[in-house]
Design a protein around this ligand. Structure first.
Ligand SMILES: [Zn+2]
Ligand SMILES: [Zn+2]
Length: 344
């Protein structure tokens, strides 16, 4: 099979310095399934939202303003107590990025019907603009590259339209555009869990099966230090379809089956987009049930969107997307069974 030709945009050659490897990979995992920490987080977030339900505060307005307040305060610590002028500028940029994306989520009432398909496009474009402006205005661009791999095969650009089409179908098929209740958090978790299991399963098969690996290899052109939002949508057609199945279609089925608010899918997609973001560690990874993410930040745990980054430098590890199932042996066992029964 002819490999697509690659070019790199804005890459200085040779790069003088790569981004330092983030220490975040070495932090205790934030999502290990069924660990005490995972159960602790579920109990805290659930109890908090039952309290909001009781007080009548589980509304879009309250979620938005509490998000803004929490992140305004938290980012002061994240940006070194705003000691330098650069920290102050980064604080404003980072907060503005999160607030715009969160505000978009709380306008879910506008996206009823097939128009819901526009949301992933707007989310992707917004995140890319914010990431690139962060790079362009606050980074030493002579030392750090912003890499965009270009393919001449049009089929390598189909993931974004696939995602948008599925969002449009979900928007068309549901009437559940309403503020969620505390109990919906369990459905939200189920969506993330389903996504993690199926992403991990299809992912390990894509590495072990020789035919699929040749396709998945295209996405792996992005190494860890090169990751940016463009990497999210750089995949061969079938590889992209498998990702779409795990990240969008199956969580979409969970959404429709349990009548979950469809804008939960925006939270899931945004967390997925941040897995390939250039600066994920000081951005909010969850917008509606943002408390989930904030607990990880406060307690110094690795975040849901930082798990997959490690895989881009160590491709035989970290099979799942968010590390909700972080034990690789689970997927190795699943693969073993599938190989024996279906010969994958
Ligand atoms: Zn990836
Ligand atoms: Zn991979």
């Amino acid at each position: 099979m002819k490999e697509p030709q690659e070019t790199k945009v804005e890459q200085k050659n040779p790069p003088l310095k790569k981004e330092p490897q983030e220490e975040k990979d070495h932090l205790p995992l934030g999502g290990f399934t069924f660990s005490y920490y995972f159960i602790f987080k579920v109990i805290i977030v659930l109890a908090w939202h039952y309290l909001l339900d009781t007080l009548g505060l589980h509304t879009a307005d309250f979620k938005f303003y509490s998000f803004v307040l929490a992140h305004s305060l938290l980012k002061i610590i994240q940006f070194n107590y705003l000691k330098s002028s650069l920290d102050k500028k980064l604080y404003v940029h980072s907060l503005a990025s999160d607030v715009i994306l969160c505000y978009m989520l709380t306008t879910y009432g506008l996206w009823i019907g097939p128009i819901f398909g526009l949301v992933p496009l707007i989310q992707s474009i917004s995140i890319t603009i914010m990431e690139y402006t962060r790079y362009k205005f606050f980074e030493d661009t002579t030392k750090v590259d912003y890499v965009v791999h270009i393919s001449e095969k049009i089929s390598d650009y189909t993931l974004q339209p696939m995602v948008a089409l599925n969002f449009a179908l979900i928007g068309y098929s549901t009437t559940a555009f309403h503020p969620p209740r505390a109990v919906h958090f369990l459905g939200y978790l189920l969506m993330f869990l389903v996504m993690d299991i199926f992403f991990g399963t299809t992912h390990i098969i894509s590495h072990k099966n020789h035919w699929l690996w040749k396709k998945h290899l295209i996405h792996h052109k992005y190494k860890r230090e090169d990751l940016d939002t463009f990497a999210n949508f750089y995949a061969e057609l079938l590889d992209g379809a498998l990702m779409n199945l795990a990240v969008i279609i199956l969580p979409g089925i969970v959404t429709l089956y349990f009548h979950l608010p469809p804008f939960f899918m925006c939270d899931l997609l945004m967390s997925a987009l941040y897995t390939h973001h250039k600066y994920p560690d000081k951005q909010a990874h969850a917008l509606w049930f943002w408390e989930w993410d904030v607990i990880d930040i406060i307690l110094g745990r690795s975040r849901i969107s930082t798990f997959h980054r490690h895989h881009h430098n160590f491709p035989n590890e970290h099979w799942s997307a968010f590390g909700i199932i972080s034990n690789d042996k689970v997927f190795e066992k699943i693969y073993e069974v599938l190989q024996k029964t279906m010969g994958v």
